[in-house]
Write a protein that binds this ligand. Structure first.
Ligand SMILES: [Zn+2]
Length: 219
């Protein structure tokens, strides 16, 4: 694919492909990073850096100042930082408003990166940073699902802006990666399986697609 945005129809068509190939393994997709930085560590740093630069500009345009997260903490299994009374759990990434930091199970995220492609990192990290943005915007949402769907929308809007600006390039297969990665996006808790917690797969994909198509202002 070129630097042009993939039409949303292609994003959605990707869903069907996902269903078809999910049982037989996924071929690793090419890197989204235009520098060709192909290591997991590089992608993680790039995703964080580009996303925070994007939000910094967005805030500037509103006459405000984006407050970068205070820490970005890789952890292993259960050995992550707690957030208030909530202990870190394996196979997760989360934003902690107490402390304004993001933490992620590094082995889990690297597994997604190798199995699903680097698009996974470029969905999960912008999603979590979307929560860091929400904490600064005082959204007024009362339901968790509203926060989660907006974070998905923010992730979509961030990615399309980065692709538009040339900071990221997408390749064939990236749409599928991004869509699949939504299902794996972080901060599950005990109610991970409860659709109300993060939204159904369809809601999450639609929310991501809205951001991707119309930008974060539509979120
Ligand atoms: Zn979330």
């Amino acid at each position: 694919m070129t630097r042009a945005l993939p039409p949303i129809t292609r994003l959605l068509a990707g869903l069907l492909a996902v269903a078809l190939v999910s049982a037989c393994g996924i071929v690793r997709a090419p890197s989204m990073d235009r520098r060709g930085a192909d290591s997991f560590e590089d992608d993680v740093v790039t995703a964080r850096t580009l996303t925070e630069q994007f939000w910094s500009r967005q805030f500037q345009q509103l006459g405000r100042t984006y407050r970068p997260i205070s820490d970005f903490i890789p952890y292993s299994g259960s050995a992550g930082p707690s957030c208030g009374d909530e202990p870190a759990v394996p196979n997760n990434a989360f934003y902690c408003p107490l402390g304004h930091f993001i933490a992620f199970d590094q082995g889990w995220m690297e597994g997604l990166w190798s199995d699903m492609g680097d698009g996974s990192v470029y969905v999960i990290i912008p999603h979590e940073l979307g929560h860091a943005v929400q904490a600064q915007l005082r959204t007024g949402f009362t339901l968790n699902v509203q926060m989660e769907l907006q974070a998905d929308c923010y992730a979509g809007g961030t990615l399309s802006a980065l692709v538009d600006s040339g900071a990221l390039t997408t390749e064939p297969g990236d749409e599928n990666e991004l869509i699949r990665s939504l299902a794996a996006a972080g901060d599950p808790t005990d109610d991970w399986l409860n659709p109300a917690a993060h939204g159904t797969a369809e809601q999450r994909q639609a929310s991501f697609a809205r951001g991707y198509q119309d930008g974060v202002g539509a979120c």
